[in-house]
Design a protein around this ligand. Structure first.
Ligand SMILES: Cc1ncc(COP(=O)(O)O)c(C=O)c1O
Length: 447
């Protein structure tokens, strides 16, 4: 018997061998029963109270990440990318921490406005913004709109009745070698205009001709899960060069440079993540050099992290439905969620860890594949994870680092409603989103 088994109270507050705080929220501990707690609440209790699967979100962790960005980039505007996860509370927390909000649909805009976000601090994005959404955004008075196409210039100029600040999205031709689905800095993809192209030149001219549109700067977004800060240094050099060309050719001084998001987080122990301290240094040096080279005044920098703000704050809880040892094959742990609440594995081949949350397992472990309940063989949540060999149906598995692009990407495939989102803070749970029920699904069915 170990000391911890004799005196379980020794465990609380100790860094746990089961959890790694580069992947789990900082406020993750053990309670006296050996159960994992986040934000002072036992995950097993949350599973009992709200059912499974359930998204858990640690408010303190979200706020800490916002504070880290403010600290490392004191002169930059930090714009939270709502696409990673947005609820009224999340929008409120990030703005209380001094962040602006980027939205890419009327739905995200409505949530931000309902949370009381100042429209001036909202930036609207999108590769194909419907006219009605542009109309809603302009009527709401959003601060900036990022222009993505020539059509949008026409639509927007027809809509505005007072000057609307806009940024133009450019792709700086930087290949971050990420998953093709999230590689957005290269020329041949659907967003924006290739930097230096004739279409980009035409877009600039057209915007400048519109009295209702005020071109204040350029925007770029290189991709996702980028851990090498040098790519952003290169983006600064190229984008400042493009801003200087606008000054030289049009005698217009652009003052804002939005470098998008894409900062990597660790999904599993040992994964590379973006070092904000190094990124800040690299951006600073690149700005100094590029501005000196072009005799250009230092632009206001904006960064748009989404994942890096909320990913680690999230943990998803599942209940084990069955454990299957396939003869001559793998051991599958089937849980009551899967690709509906976490499509990232199927979409991007993302890798996750999973641990037992309702007890501290002390016996032997097995290697298992955690699979979901949905009718797809590709409905896998985690492969080759170490789980207790005596894992039983009814136990609770927790998957860390699931705060970003989980709820926001979730579906109701097989007519299974989306999970609730429960935030935890100082020992108390708050139901932010309730579970989607069959009645919710039937409400839309007018047949
Ligand atoms: C324009 C833009 N900004 C910011 C983000 C946020 O990226 P991440 O969550 O990887 O930081 C995205 C993500 O796709 C994006 O398209």
């Amino acid at each position: 018997m170990t000391l911890l088994e004799i005196f379980p109270s020794l465990r609380s507050g100790m860094p746990s061998p089961r959890v790694d705080t580069t992947v789990w929220p900082c406020e993750t501990h053990y309670d006296d029963l050996g159960r994992i707690t986040v934000g002072g609440v036992a995950l097993a209790d949350l599973a009992d109270q709200y059912g499974t699967p359930t998204y858990v979100l640690d408010e303190t962790e979200v706020r800490r990440r916002c504070q880290a960005y403010r600290k490392h980039f004191p002169d930059a505007e930090i714009i939270y990318a709502a696409k990673a996860l947005v609820t009224k509370s999340v929008a409120r927390w990030v703005t209380e921490e001094g962040l602006s909000v980027d939205v890419c649909s009327a739905g995200e805009l409505a949530i931000a406005l309902a949370a009381g976000v100042d429209p001036q601090r909202i930036v609207l994005h999108g590769s194909g913004k419907p006219f009605a959404e542009l109309e809603t955004a302009v009527a709401a008075g959003v601060g900036r709109i990022v222009i993505d196409s020539l059509t949008e210039i026409t639509l927007l100029s027809a809509l505005v009745s007072r000057p609307q600040q806009v940024l133009l999205r450019l792709s700086p031709g930087i290949d971050v070698h990420g998953h093709p689905a999230v590689k957005t800095g290269v020329a041949d993809q659907k967003f924006g205009f290739p930097l230096g192209s004739a279409q980009a030149a035409e877009a600039i001219e057209r915007i400048l001709r519109q009295p209702g549109l005020e071109l204040v700067g350029f925007h770029c977004h290189l991709g996702s899960q980028i851990h090498d800060p040098d790519y952003y240094g290169e983006a600064v050099r190229r984008m400042v060069g493009a801003m200087a060309r606008v000054r030289d050719e049009h005698d217009v001084l652009l003052t804002q440079l939005d470098l998008g998001g894409g900062h990597a987080v660790a999904y599993r122990s040992g994964d590379a993540e973006m070092n904000l301290y190094v990124l800040a240094d690299i951006l600073d040096d690149a700005l100094d050099a590029a501005c000196a080279r072009h005799g250009f005044p230092r632009p206001h920098i904006a960064l748009e992290p989404g994942r890096a703000i909320v990913a680690r704050a999230g943990v998803t809880l599942y209940r084990v439905m069955t454990v299957k040892h396939i003869e001559g094959g793998r051991t599958f742990v089937i849980v009551d969620g899967g690709m509906n609440d976490n499509p990232r594995v199927a979409l991007y081949g993302a890798r996750y860890d999973a641990v037992v949350a309702n007890r501290h397992p002390t016996g032997p472990h097995m290697t298992a594949t955690v699979a979901g309940r949905y009718c797809e063989a590709g409905d896998i949540l985690a492969t080759d994870v170490r789980l207790p060999a005596d894992l039983r149906p009814g136990e609770i598995l927790a998957v860390p680092c699931t705060g970003a692009y989980h709820h926001s990407l979730a579906s109701s495939y097989n007519a299974v409603g989306r999970p609730p989102l429960i935030s935890v803070h100082q020992g108390r749970p708050h139901e932010q989103l309730r579970r989607e029920t069959p009645t919710d699904l039937l409400t839309r069915d007018l047949g």
